[in-house]
Design a protein around this ligand. Structure first.
Ligand code: PLP
Length: 620
């Protein structure tokens, strides 16, 4: 499961074979115990465990990495991060970042009016930045300007040239002096899945000509001092550190060019993009990154300084808008395995072929009995042909249902035997490459992929998935994961691997004790992008702090969305639903399909489901 490779030290496997969260050295708590306590309290799963201490640790790590680089290079400016709340607007997340970042004057970034309204209400260090990105209407601009009157260091990012006039107009009308940033379309590009965020075709930003027009316009207005920041962003999850260096070089040259044109910029904002090593491979693969947070900070500080020295301009305050890297680690989605299905394992249960069995079934039995390391390829081709014939004969009425059942079970047994024979072979014939996947068991887990891991569905994002315990026991099954939505896309068939992506995940045979899987590094973007497919709602969450001595405390448990809320979000109202059911019950009593006594029980059950969790609920 590669835990040490992707966990960044925030999780580990204990001697007892359990996954533990380790928010700071010396503090550790097993996830299984936390989940067991939640279940013992009578709460239903799935649940997201959130660890605020991990967010605190990530904020500290990022800031201290920049501070260390600044000290090492004798950089004369400082670092001030901002957290883009779109990555996760949850109260616990934003408040944890704001609290942990206070002493570092780590600020926030809002990309919409609603996000700005939320950010303005946060307690922030007076120097901390509140960057307003995204397209803006007058209301957004006014709210940002009012923020300055509240003593907040609000900077409005000009995303397109026409916004400048509107900002100036609103500022004059309110009598508030604005602070502005300007987003530049770098020609440098990121790497990985969000490569298109930068470059000439980027959605946001001004080109070089427009940048200079902004400076000219502000000079005319005698407001050059209000342009305080140059903003750039080349995309999220940058996998290759070289792309960061190239972009930061271009950004710093642009900063120097603006200073030369008369601007008085204070901040150079290098945007987001600091990656998360989801698969632990430390490569430029899209789910990884070939650098550490420390290297990221050091390369940015070094590059900015180098260009500033060469151009003889002041070293700016370096700003980054890291989001993913601050929040991904703090959350673990707990998936209870509710059932296992897979290619029939029931050969033993089926009656053996006898003289009445169809010849094709007897042939398949022969194949199974005679597979060897020398003939497995031929056996495979014969079995595929026989299975096809079996189905054709069934369609024509020549093969009975029991024969078909036995034939299909034999086919799967043949594949399993071949899979065992070739598992250590270096060369696997093309036609057998998907064998593991075809043979994999499906572990049915109580969750919705669309609600909880939307990026896995939408952009094939990979998240490490690990059983919470039994890690000192060799897994005996190869599995894929399916959710409980009625959508065949609701499945996970790609798993992390150091060299490649794996089609199956090794898992244990679930026993009498509930078997839980943890999906890690899912604290960035997943909570907010999730959708209500099949009306599965937000899952319950537990906020947990770890205490000395292997102890922990569940500070807060927030129940997931109720069915009623999901239904009401589609325009229905609860009384309307209840009335409709009561009317039907009255009619049913008249018809005699429901008794008067049953009516109340039925209505109680209906009401209970409206108030219940949208996920499967089992008696513990
Ligand atoms: N800043 C801007 C302008 C963005 O568009 C994004 C996301 O793409 C971010 C910051 C956050 O990026 P990340 O989560 O990669 O740190």
């Amino acid at each position: 499961y590669q835990v040490p490779n992707w966990s960044g030290g925030w999780f580990r496997v204990s001697d007892k074979g359990q996954v533990e969260v380790t928010p700071t050295p010396g503090l550790h708590a097993p996830l299984r115990a936390i989940v067991d306590e939640i279940v013992d309290r009578g709460e239903s799963l799935p649940v997201i465990l959130r660890f605020p201490q991990v967010i605190t640790g990530r904020v500290k790590h990022l800031n201290e990495s920049f501070q260390a680089a600044i000290q090492e290079y004798g950089y004369t400016g400082h670092y001030q991060g901002v957290f883009p709340i779109k990555v996760n607007q949850r109260r616990m997340v934003v408040e944890s970042v704001a609290a942990a970042g206070y002493d570092y004057a780590h600020g926030l970034e809002a990309g919409s009016k609603a996000e700005l309204a939320l950010c303005l209400a946060q307690k922030m260090h007076p120097d901390a930045l509140l960057c307003c990105n995204g397209f803006k209407d007058d209301g957004f601009i006014k709210l940002a300007l009012w923020g300055r009157t509240l003593g907040k260091n609000v900077v409005i990012t000009i995303e397109k040239y026409s916004e400048l006039d509107r900002i100036l107009k609103q500022a004059k009308a309110l009598g508030v002096r604005p602070a502005m940033g300007v987003r530049f379309k770098l020609h440098a590009r990121g790497s990985g899945q969000w490569e298109e965020s930068g470059g000439d075709q980027a959605k946001f930003g001004l080109n070089a000509y427009e940048l200079l027009r902004v400076v000219e316009r502000l000079r005319e207005e005698d407001m050059l001092d209000t342009l305080v920041m140059l903003h750039t962003h080349i995309g999220s999850q940058i996998t290759d550190i070289r792309r960061v260096k190239v972009a930061v070089r271009e950004a710093t040259q642009t900063y120097a060019g603006l200073i030369a044109a008369g601007a008085q910029l204070k901040y150079l904002n290098v945007g987001g993009g600091l990656g998360v090593d989801y698969d632990g491979s430390k490569t430029t693969f899209y789910a990884s990154m070939n650098y550490t947070v420390r290297e990221y900070a050091a390369d940015i500080v070094y590059t900015v300084q180098e260009v500033c020295k060469a151009r003889n301009v002041p070293e700016p305050v370096i700003v980054s808008e890291s989001g993913r890297a601050l929040t991904a680690h703090h959350a673990v989605l707990i998936l209870p395995v509710v059932d296992v299905t897979g290619p029939t394992r029931d050969l033993e249960d089926l009656a053996p072929a006898d003289e009445n069995s169809h010849q094709i079934v007897k042939d398949m039995e022969d194949i199974l009995a005679n597979i060897t390391a020398r003939n497995y390829r031929e056996s495979y081709n014969d079995a595929v042909g026989d299975k096809q014939t079996l189905h054709n004969l069934f369609d024509l009425g020549y093969v009975t249902l029991p024969d078909r059942a036995r034939g299909e079970a034999l086919f799967n047994a043949i594949l399993r035997k071949i899979a065992r024979l070739i598992q250590n072979e270096k060369y696997v014939p093309d036609e057998l490459e998907d064998l593991q996947k075809v043979l994999a068991d499906k572990f049915i887990c109580n969750f919705s992929l669309f609600q909880s891991l939307p990026d896995n569905w939408a952009i094939q994002a990979l998240f490490p998935i690990v059983p919470l315990d039994r890690l000192n026991e060799k897994p005996t099954r190869q599995a894929t994961i399916v959710d409980i939505t009625c959508d065949s896309d609701g499945k996970i068939e790609k798993f992390i691997d150091l060299r490649d992506v794996k089609a199956t995940l090794p898992l244990h045979e679930p026993g009498d004790r509930p078997y839980y899987l943890g999906v890690f590094l899912m604290g960035a973007y997943q909570d907010v992008l999730g959708s209500a497919h099949n009306l599965f709602g937000k899952v319950s969450e537990a906020h947990v702090t770890v205490r000395p001595g292997g102890k922990y405390h569940i500070d807060l448990f927030v129940r997931g969305q109720k069915a009623r809320r999901m239904i009401e979000s589609m325009g229905y109202e609860e009384p309307m639903l209840r009335d409709a059911i009561e009317d039907q019950a009255d009619a049913a009593i008249k018809l005699g399909t429901l008794t008067g006594e049953q009516e109340q029980e039925m209505l109680d059950d209906y009401g209970e489901e409206l108030l219940g969790y949208t996920y499967l609920e089992y008696e513990n």
